[in-house]
Design a protein around this ligand. Structure first.
Ligand code: GLA
Length: 388
C-alpha cells in the first residue's frame, strides 16, 4: 500500500486527516540464533517489509487503535492506568510500548487516533511484532519529545513484549527494527548493546528468505522454556565459575572444562548450543569481513544443525526447507532464522542460482510437507523512521 492509500484509509476510519506517519522494519537474522538472551552476538538486518503507523491527536482522551487487518477500532482511556487487554489482543504490542513511557513518568497529554498497516508476512517469524512495537515507541518518542535514542526505543519494545505479550524475548528483533541500516547487518553484542554495522552488499550473492508457511508459535511457551533452561544452566555453571556473567561468553574449550556442572541433560544441550552458536557467530562475522563467504555459509549450515539437535527449535518444516536448500548448487549456506518452530529460513544464494533454488527447493519442500512455500529476495533496508 502507498502512503496516500494509508492516509485515505485513516480518513475513512476517523473522518479527519492523519498528521504524522512512521514506519519500522521487520528483520531477518543471518546468524547468532537463540543467544541474544544469553548475552551473545547476533547478526540481523532490517527488511523493507515492516509496519506503518499513522496518527493524529484527538480531543477525547482516548487512544484509538485500528489495524487495516482487523474490523474494529479498539479504545483505551489515557485517564486510567494502562494494563494488558485480554485474549492476547494485538493492541497489547503498541499499548505495552506506550505504557513504558508512562512508567518512566511521562504523561500522555491527549488522546491519539492511530491506524496501523504492515506488510511483514504473517506468522513468518520476520518480527512483525517488533516492527509494531518499535514504530509505536518511535512515534511517541517524537510526538512527546522524550529524546530517547534508538537503543532505548528497542528496550521499550522488548519490555512491551515481556510485560504485555508474555514472551521473555531478547533484544535482537527490536534492536534490528530500530537501528537497521540499508545494505548492512548489525553485529550486536547483546550483553553491552555495542554494535557495528557490517556491509552485506555481497558480490553476486543474495539473501533469500524461504517462508515455510507453518506459523511459528513464539508465545507457545516453548520459547520461554528455552530462556529458563539457559538460566538454569548458567546458574549451575556459576557453582564452579562464579565470575561467569553470560553463557554466550564461554568459548567451546572453556565450556568443555565445566559443562559437567550442568546436571539436567536438556539444560546441558541448550547451553552447548548457546556456546557453539556464540563461537560460530564471532567466526562468521570475521570470515565475512575477510571476504570468506564460503566459511560464512558453512557456519550458517552448522548453526541450523545445532538449532535442530541441541536447541530443538526447528521441526519438520524448517528442516525440510534447509535440507532442500543444502542440495542446490550455488547455495552458500542456509539455516532457520528467528525463534523457530516454523517461520522462515535464510539462505545465501548466488544470483545465477536463484531461479533454480526457488524451483528445486519449492518442489522438494512441497513434496515433503504438502505446503507451497514462498520465496523473497531480501531487501536490506533502514529501520525506524518518519514517513511524513
Ligand atoms: C525471537 C526473539 C529474539 C531471539 C530469537 C532467536 O525472534 O524475539 O529475541 O531470541 O527469537 O534468536
Amino acid at each position: 500500500m502507498e502512503i496516500n492509500e494509508l492516509k485515505q484509509a485513516f480518513r475513512q476510519a476517523y473522518a479527519h486527516e492523519a498528521t504524522d506517519g512512521f514506519f519500522s522494519a521487520g528483520r531477518i537474522n543471518l546468524i547468532g540464533e537463540h543467544v541474544d538472551y544469553c548475552g551473545g552476538y547476533v547478526f540481523p538486518c532490517a527488511l523493507s517489509f515492516g509496519t506503518y503507523l499513522l496518527m493524529a491527536p484527538n480531543q477525547d482522551r482516548l487512544l484509538r487503535f485500528k489495524s487495516l487487518n482487523m474490523p474494529e477500532i479498539i479504545e483505551v482511556s489515557i485517564d486510567k492506568p494502562f494494563a494488558p487487554l485480554p485474549n492476547r489482543s494485538w493492541v497489547n504490542y503498541p499499548l505495552g510500548c506506550i505504557a513504558q513511557f508512562t512508567k518512566r513518568g511521562i504523561t500522555i497529554p491527549q488522546g491519539y487516533d492511530m491506524l496501523i498497516w504492515g506488510n511483514v508476512p504473517a506468522g513468518a517469524g520476520l518480527s512483525s511484532s517488533a516492527a509494531l512495537e518499535v514504530v509505536t515507541a518511535y512515534a511517541f518518542n517524537e510526538l512527546l519529545n522524550t529524546g530517547y535514542d534508538r537503543t532505548e526505543l528497542a528496550k521499550i519494545g522488548q519490555l512491551s513484549e515481556h510485560e504485555y505479550a508474555g514472551v521473555n524475548c531478547g533484544i535482537m528483533d527490536q534492536f534490528a527494527s530500530a537501528q537497521g541500516k540499508k545494505d548492512h547487518a548489525i553485529y550486536l553484542n547483546c550483553d553491552t548493546l555495542d554494535f557495528d554495522l557490517v556491509p552485506v552488499k555481497l558480490n553476486g550473492i543474495k539473501v533469500v528468505i524461504s517462508n515455510t508457511h507453518s506459523p511459528h508459535h513464539l508465545d507457545s511457551g516453548a520459547y520461554n522454556d528455552r530462556v529458563a533452561q539457559c538460566a538454569t544452566a548458567l546458574e549451575q555453571l556459576r557453582t564452579v565459575k562464579p565470575e561467569l556473567k553470560n553463557l554466550a561468553e564461554l568459548t567451546e574449550a572453556e565450556f568443555e572444562k565445566i559443562e559437567s556442572a550442568i546436571t539436567d541433560p536438556i539444560a546441558h544441550r541448550r547451553a552447548r548450543h548457546v556456546v557453539s552458536e556464540g563461537q560460530r557467530t564471532r567466526d562468521a562475522v570475521e570470515a565475512l569481513k575477510k571476504g570468506d563467504i564460503a566459511k560464512f555459509g558453512q557456519l550458517m549450515n552448522a548453526s541450523h544443525v545445532s538449532l535442530r539437535d541441541d536447541y530443538e527449535v526447528t521441526g519438520l518444516n524448517l528442516d525440510a526447507m534447509a535440507e532442500a536448500a543444502w542440495k542446490v548448487d550455488g547455495v552458500i549456506g542456509s539455516r532457520m532464522s528467528g525463534g523457530g518452530f516454523g517461520g522462515c529460513t535464510v539462505s545465501l544464494v548466488k544470483d545465477e542460482a536463484i531461479e533454480k533454488f526457488k524451483e528445486l527447493v519449492g518442489k522438494e519442500y512441497e513434496a515433503k510437507t504438502g505446503i507451497k512455500p514462498d520465496f523473497y529476495v531480501a531487501e536490506i533496508s533502514d529501520g525506524a523512521r518518519r514517513v511524513f
